[in-house]
Write a protein that binds this ligand. Structure first.
Ligand code: MLT
Length: 405
């Protein structure tokens, strides 16, 4: 006899972005004549730069000849790519062994799968937060029952205007998810702020899972792009990153996770967590696709970085246009300077799903309700700067003209 994993019953009815897509589809079905402007999910829109396209073609061409054809690769990733990723940290004075780098098919799956290598423990998440951490924690059975959307065993690290969207330390937490530049608030963290969590984690033998998927958007050179810029982080932190947002690989799929050999957790000597992740990946994963890995290698060259930076600059200019538009309307908003997300307060403290409906109906703009990212997101709303310039301008224009405040 078998039952279901009952923890699934504690999940919200649908994943946040699936729910937004469902509501958007319903709106477009009811109003086929209207052009809907999508600033909801953070999905890249600009064509890949020429050098990357060439690299992907090269990846396909290699498969055309017996001499260069490859079948399964290493589950941990192409060794050249692992080395190139490790080397890319040197600019920040971070020395990684390529064996600490595990290439993946993107950050999202690793962010959820990582908790499978740890024993029972209390999970802490920022609130508001990227919903994948919470939903995977629920599925793993660590979040407990849900009461009105609050999970009884989850520690919520509140991030709000008052604390500059950087949380206070929890009383207790064993697995701590941190994301900077932050999704959804667009906030960044200083080295000093991150150090407080690194010190906490080391003292308590907790592990930090640091999501650096938006690190390429950091323009301020004083801000850390990696948790390993913080002294001691290699002893307590795993970092997950991705080519999705930095190189437009959202559909191509490629990312990586760093599991330092120096990382220690309770009753596990240095090297153990790295070897467990290796064991997990070799069992559940056959490696990232070989074609994107050829692309990834070129992303990390000087030319690749230059071309990708031009696209990041384009999205950051979109963010500036959105921020300015909201400011002109007197709407308080945050982020968008070192991140592709703008976090705004809903006018008159409206509930965020109500504002979602209002914005869609009056302006035909889709955004993401703050409460979808956690209880502290209520009364807030996220706009994404990923989009064609003309659509971003049209969205801001429509908000200016049509939003009834
Ligand atoms: C988001 O919109 O929060 C994310 O981009 C979605 C994702 O990366 O899975």
């Amino acid at each position: 006899m078998v039952g279901i994993n009952a923890a699934y019953d504690n999940l919200p009815k649908s994943y946040l972005f699936s729910e937004i897509a469902r509501r958007t589809r319903a709106f477009t079905a009811a109003h086929p004549e209207l052009k809907v402007l999508r600033l909801g999910i953070g999905n890249t829109t600009e064509a890949l730069p020429p050098t990357l396209i060439e690299a992907l073609h090269h990846g396909v061409n290699l498969l055309s000849y017996r001499e260069t054809y490859t079948g399964y690769g290493d589950e941990q990733g192409n060794s050249k790519l692992r080395k190139a990723i490790a080397d890319s940290y040197l600019a920040r004075n971070i020395k990684l062994d390529p064996l600490e780098v595990f290439v993946s098919d993107g950050a999202k799956s690793d962010l959820g799968n990582l908790t499978t290598i740890f024993g029972p423990g209390i999970v802490a998440v920022q609130d508001p937060v990227y919903p994948a951490y919470v939903d995977t924690t629920i599925i793993s059975g660590r979040a407990g029952a849900s009461f009105n959307g609050i999970l009884e065993d989850l520690v919520y690290l509140v991030c709000n205007e008052k604390n500059g969207f950087f949380p206070s330390l929890p009383e207790r937490a064993d697995i701590i998810y941190l994301c900077y530049p932050n999704n959804p608030t667009g906030a960044t963290a200083t080295k000093e702020q991150l150090k407080t969590f690194v010190d906490f984690a080391r003292k308590n033998k907790s592990v930090i899972i640091f999501d650096a998927a938006y690190s390429a958007f950091i323009q301020d050179t004083n801000l850390p792009r990696s948790i390993y810029e913080i002294e001691g982080a290699d002893k307590c932190a795993i970092e997950v990153n991705s080519f999705s947002k930095s190189a437009g690989f959202t559909g191509v799929r490629l990312g990586w996770t760093v599991v330092p050999k120096t990382l220690v957790v309770d009753r596990a000597e240095p090297g153990k967590v790295n070897s467990l992740w290796n064991r997990r990946q070799t069992t559940f994963f056959n490696g990232a696709s070989n074609i994107p890995q050829e692309g990834g290698l070129v992303v990390l060259t000087e030319q690749g970085q230059r071309e990708c930076q031009a696209i990041i600059d384009y999205y950051l200019e979109n963010a500036r246009i959105i921020r300015t538009g909201l400011l002109d309307l007197g709407i308080t908003s945050f982020g968008g300077e070192n991140a592709p997300y703008i976090w705004m307060k809903t006018p008159y403290g409206m509930k965020s799903w109500d504002f979602f409906d209002k914005l869609l109906e009056e302006t035909h703009v889709v955004g993401t309700p703050g409460v979808g990212f956690g209880p502290s997101g209520e009364g807030h709303f996220r706009l994404s700067a990923f989009g064609h310039r003309e659509n971003i301008e049209a969205a801001v224009d429509s908000i200016r003209k049509n939003l009834r405040l």
